[in-house]
Design a protein around this ligand. Sequence first.
Ligand SMILES: [Zn+2]
Length: 206
Amino acid sequence: MQILHPFAGSIQSYTEEISDPNRDRPDHCPQCEAKHPLTGHGFYRRTLVDTAFDGVIRVRRYLCRSCKRTVSLLPEFALPWLRFSVSVSALFLLARLLHGLTLVPAARAASQTGMPYQRGQFWVRRFQKQAPALGLAPAPLAATPGRPLGPAADFVSRALRMLDSIGWIAAHRFLFSQLRAHLLGWPACLAPAGRRITLAAASPTS
Ligand SMILES: [Zn+2]
């Protein structure tokens, strides 16, 4: 299971922070709710493309001694199951859907290190599909005095403006940790909560 790392900040400071397993060790298991601290279980490595970063980051993993399942602490700038960061996806979606750029310039606006525009096309489809729900989900966060959203032409631009006013990473944190929702919508194979659906889980146990 992936949960968010309590750390907020840059990729560089994240890399320094995670070397100590005691620092952010979960004090209970989010899967079986066992009330004991989880055991450090090393790291896994994943690729990450941010606006000016393209490389490998480590993700801290813990093990629950009760249910024997692992929990990984994903930094909040990375999206579950996606190589590209929250910022890159946000910049692409804004450029394409709000400012009307075509695919190639939108991809250029999103990442200095280069991203294939076909990736962006895929995000657009996922985002459009869940924009109506997204526009409503973090409403409590958006209701900040002095930051009116104004009328929006449609669900997509309404959702984009709202995410922009909240901050994309803050919105992702709220959606993922409170609602178990993906900023871009879970792809069908991981719906509804970001876990792979297995045949074993789908068949009756008796
Ligand atoms: Zn557990």
